[in-house]
Design a protein around this ligand. Structure first.
Ligand SMILES: Nc1ncnc2c1ncn2[C@@H]1O[C@H](COP(=O)(O)OP(=O)(O)OP(=O)(O)O)[C@@H](O)[C@H]1O
Length: 537
């Protein structure tokens, strides 16, 4: 008994001495060596450990976009394992109404699959960028580690991980809260603050649909058909070798429903919307990075493209400049080469950068995308930007016609017919009024007054008549101005001609006098000359 006690006491003191010595050795070892030692220790332990680890990093091998597997694991764990995790985080879920609870970072979750126990760990680590990075210096990367007994290796790799991927994707689709993204100003891309990426987002909650969009029903149907055909055409795009994306150019005066149309498109397709503010993008590299960070099933919008960046006119100005400079020479009879009109010097977004964004090699990554440009001045855009193939469909959003008005009357007043409809139809045929202005007349906001359809429609008729009178007055004023201008020009011309005529008569007089005197001189001269000749001879 005593001998046994002695044995344990001896072992205990030996262990204590070893730990003391180990800590002494460690504190005197250089950091690099200590790190190597601990790596060897881990390797040694893993030789004897019956457990295997698989790491799933946030960014895949290409490191540009978040790995699909990582996102699926995240969704899977948040859904399937929430009940087993001890530390959870809560966020607003779909429609911003339900609370969505998921596994917190650094927590451990245990899962079982066909009798096998599997452990998941979520963690973050700072690491130095080794491959091309848009953030210089250190990046923070999140990763999951799955740990299981080596006897379950085939089960985990062959069945469990594919199951996680499939389940995770299904959960993502189920919980999908569509989002409206906007790009952060480039100075706000802070790699040291987790979660601060190139895009910020809010839940996308715009209620517009094609049913509520006021436009000609035939045009509307054609657009819906086009969008649905695109959504279902994955195989077709693969077959013809085209990236699965489509460009739309929405053009028309302000208030004709371009933004409303985009919202209706997003709601129809169930896509996210990326509202790209081009003026906040520093250069083409940033533009590419923004594109890569968008996900599939999304609409990328650049509103008022003609105002965003000086992409238009620049070419023609530069071309003109080049033409004139190319005609110059450098003094050695060598003509100067024209400067590149769309030169990318890294300080701005250029037309070629934007064209690359739309249909360069990078544009094909990440699945189905729709790119939409809006403009109030289609004619100002560079033809290269909007040619078919880049902007596949040009949609003109125009002033409110009678068919569009009927949609608005249905939306705002819940009516399909009214005795004033005939008058409104005629007035809409004569006056340019945007759907935004028509809608404004159909939506009187008053707390006290109950909505009165008659009053609304009468108000609209009044507004249309006023607009008609204003348009007529404007047209009259313009016609008067044009007439006065034409008259002034005609008078000026007449005066000019009269002056010319007078001048001509005077000139003629002068000419006559001159010719007379010349003749006189000549005859005198001839006489003199002949005289002279005669005399000379
Ligand atoms: N075709 C339309 N159908 C239904 N509502 C419309 C339509 N056009 C305009 N509206 C109404 O007018 C408001 C302004 O329209 P919207 O912002 O979509 O116009 P826009 O053409 O994008 O204007 P801008 O060029 O100034 O951005 C919308 O909130 C909507 O209520």
């Amino acid at each position: 008994m005593m001998a046994g006690m002695d044995k344990w006491t001896g072992l205990g003191s030996a262990l204590a001495s070893f730990l003391f010595l180990w800590s002494m050795v460690q504190s005197h070892l250089p950091v690099a060596f200590r790190h190597r030692l601990s790596t060897w220790a881990t390797k040694l332990a893993s030789l004897f450990s019956p457990y295997l680890h698989v790491t799933i990093s946030e960014y895949g091998a290409e490191r540009f976009s978040r790995s699909d597997l990582f996102l699926a694991v995240e969704a899977y764990l948040s859904d399937a394992c929430t009940r087993r995790a001890r530390r959870l985080k809560a966020e607003l879920g779909k429609d911003s109404k339900n609370l969505q609870v998921s596994v917190d970072d650094n927590d451990e979750v245990t899962d079982t699959f066909r009798g096998a126990t599997i452990w998941w760990y979520a963690a973050r680590k700072l690491q130095r960028s080794q491959v091309i990075s848009f953030y210089p210096g250190q990046d923070e990367r999140r990763f999951y580690q799955v740990v299981f007994h080596r006897r379950h290796r085939d089960l985990v790799v062959g069945s469990y991980l594919p199951h996680v991927l499939e389940e995770g994707r299904a959960v993502t689709v189920r919980n999908r809260q569509r989002r409206l993204f906007t790009n952060n100003p480039s100075s706000g891309w802070n790699p040291y603050r987790s979660g601060k990426g190139v895009w910020s987002h809010v839940p996308f909650e715009h209620p517009a649909t094609f049913a509520t969009l006021a436009m000609d029903p035939a045009d509307k149907e054609a657009i819906v058909d086009d969008l649905e055909a695109f959504r279902d055409a994955k195989d077709y795009y693969a077959k013809v070798g085209k990236a699965w994306k489509r460009g739309y150019l929405l053009h028309g005066p302000p208030g004709t429903g371009k933004s409303t149309m985009i919202a209706a498109m997003a709601n129809l397709l169930d896509y996210d919307v990326y509202d790209l503010e081009l003026t906040a993008v520093k250069n083409n590299t940033e533009l590419r990075k923004l594109f890569i960070e968008t996900t599939g099933k999304s609409i990328i919008v650049i509103e008022d493209i003609d105002c965003s960046v000086d992409l238009t006119g620049k070419r023609s100005k530069a071309d003109k400049k080049n033409k004139s400079s190319s005609s110059e020479d450098d003094g050695n009879n060598n003509p100067k080469l024209p400067a590149d009109p769309d030169k990318d010097d890294g300080t701005k977004v250029t037309l070629s950068g934007l064209l690359n964004f739309i249909d360069g090699l990078w544009s094909a990554c990440g699945g189905e995308r729709i790119i939409i440009f809006t403009t109030n001045h289609k004619e100002k855009l560079d033809p290269a930007l909007v040619r078919r193939g880049r902007m596949d469909k040009h949609i003109e959003m125009s002033y409110c016609g009678f068919e569009a008005f009927k949609v608005l009357a249905g939306n705002y007043l819940d009516i399909t017919d009214h005795e004033l409809f005939g008058e409104i139809r005629q007035l809409l045929g004569e006056v340019n009024m945007t759907p935004a202005d028509v809608a404004e007349n159909l939506m009187p906001m008053s707390k006290k007054k109950k909505r009165d359809n008659n009053a609304c429609l009468e108000g609209l008729v009044e507004a249309l008549n006023k607009a008609k009178q204003e348009a007529k007055a404007k047209a009259d004023a313009e016609a008067k101005e044009a007439k006065e201008k034409a008259e002034a020009e005609a008078k000026a011309k007449e005066e000019e001609e009269a002056k010319k005529g007078q001048g001509g008569d005077q000139d003629q007089g002068k000419e006559d006098k001159t010719s007379e005197s010349t003749e006189g001189k000549m005859s005198n001269g001839e006489i003199k000359g002949s005289e002279q000749v005669t005399s000379d001879n």
